[in-house]
Write a protein that binds this ligand. Structure first.
Ligand SMILES: [Zn+2]
Length: 364
């Protein structure tokens, strides 16, 4: 099921309060889901208060408007402010707890001459959080519009705006992760999409964020004539850039592609699936940019490698708890400034019927 929401309020604290009031149970569900996840990995309950306090300091410093929105969400949902800050820093908390999770997500961007970019990713995450996300439309005070697929209470993830650029999200792990309270990567993505006027400004903003957990933010931009894509590999050691190949294809999974950053990559010692997913995806695409969204979805429809597959499902016979699954498949449509999304993985939709947004949408 897809939940969809359009914020009516443009002022950050009011927008947050409206969101929190509307989705009170769901935001509380995200907090509870992460409390369960952290406890499962840490072997004991994890107090969110100190983590939330550290995130609050970092977010207030780097993105005060987003801090106001988060505090609004907490007030609207009647939850402790630290809990909502903490879920916005869930990637940083997992890194700080030294939790060994599998990587998440596979992304395909195709830039062809004279055609709109094809920009698709799977979102793989824990199956017990499968109902914890929505498609959220935000109208900003300056009249601009943002759409994001994100978890209830987290300010952004995969996103697009009506200024001609969007961002994909892929978790990375680096030996420098943890440590200082950095700006949460979900906050970095949201601010870049909502505040930057163009790709150059977005990259400058992203480069200014000191992070304490690694993630690849893959930006795609088009002005209707030219298109470009830049995958920014963020780690506490600083941003590195990865570009499409000469054919215009950019494929990324969950290991660092930049040679310098890959020297500190923890992925080879944690899980190898990111590497074979990348290779498989490239070959299923024939090494060429996909001509249409359906071609990218078809390429992502593979179950080779079990829970590490491009289209991931919990192992047969398991109850799915704390197991990985592909929770959503998301396409960025730069021309309309909208996201197209289906719940679940690429295998659940026949490519010929790939009309995203048409399945099970409920609005509030
Ligand atoms: Zn599948």
């Amino acid at each position: 099921m897809i939940r969809r929401f359009t914020s009516e309020r443009a002022e950050p604290a009011a927008r947050g309060a409206e969101f929190g009031e509307t989705w009170r149970e769901e935001v509380a569900g995200t907090v509870a889901g992460y409390e369960d996840l952290f406890a499962n990995h840490a072997g004991a309950a994890v107090d969110l208060a100190p983590w939330g306090e550290r995130a609050r300091t970092a977010i207030r410093d780097w993105a005060p408007a987003i801090a106001a929105e988060i505090e609004g969400i907490a007030a609207g949902a009647d939850l402790p402010v630290a809990s909502v800050y903490a879920i916005n820093a869930r990637t940083e908390i997992l890194a700080g707890l030294q939790v060994v999770t599998r990587g998440e997500c596979s992304t395909v961007v195709g830039l062809g001459a004279g055609v709109a970019p094809v920009s698709v990713q799977t979102w793989d995450w824990y199956a017990h959080l499968a109902e914890s996300w929505l498609l959220w439309r935000i109208e900003l005070a300056d009249g601009r519009r943002v759409e994001t697929v994100t978890e209830f209470g987290i300010v952004g993830k995969i996103a697009v705006n009506d200024a001609g650029f969007g961002v994909h999200f892929n978790l990375l792990r680096h030996r420098s992760d943890g440590g200082l309270p950095g700006v949460p990567v979900h906050v970095v993505a949201r601010r870049a999409i909502a505040e930057a006027g163009d790709l150059e400004e977005a990259l400058r903003l992203v480069g200014s964020a000191r992070v304490s957990a690694s993630t690849a933010l893959t930006f795609v931009a088009s002005d209707g004539r030219d298109a470009t894509a830049v995958s920014v590999e963020l780690s506490p050691e600083g941003p590195r850039y990865v570009l499409p190949d000469e054919a215009g294809l950019l494929v990324r999974t969950n290991h660092f592609l930049d040679p310098l950053a890959s020297a500190g990559d923890r992925e080879p010692s944690l899980a190898g699936d990111s590497f074979f997913r990348l290779d498989l995806l490239r070959r299923r695409l024939g090494g060429r940019p996909p001509a249409a969204v359906a071609d990218a979805v078809r390429a992502l429809d593979s179950h080779l490698g079990g829970v590490g597959a491009l289209c991931a499902h919990p192992p047969e016979g398991s109850d799915g708890e704390f197991e990985y699954a592909t929770l959503a498949t998301v396409s960025i449509d730069l021309a309309s400034g909208c996201l197209d999304v289906i719940p679940d993985g690429p295998c659940t939709v026949a490519a010929a019927d790939y009309h995203l947004n048409s399945k099970g949408v409920t609005s509030r």
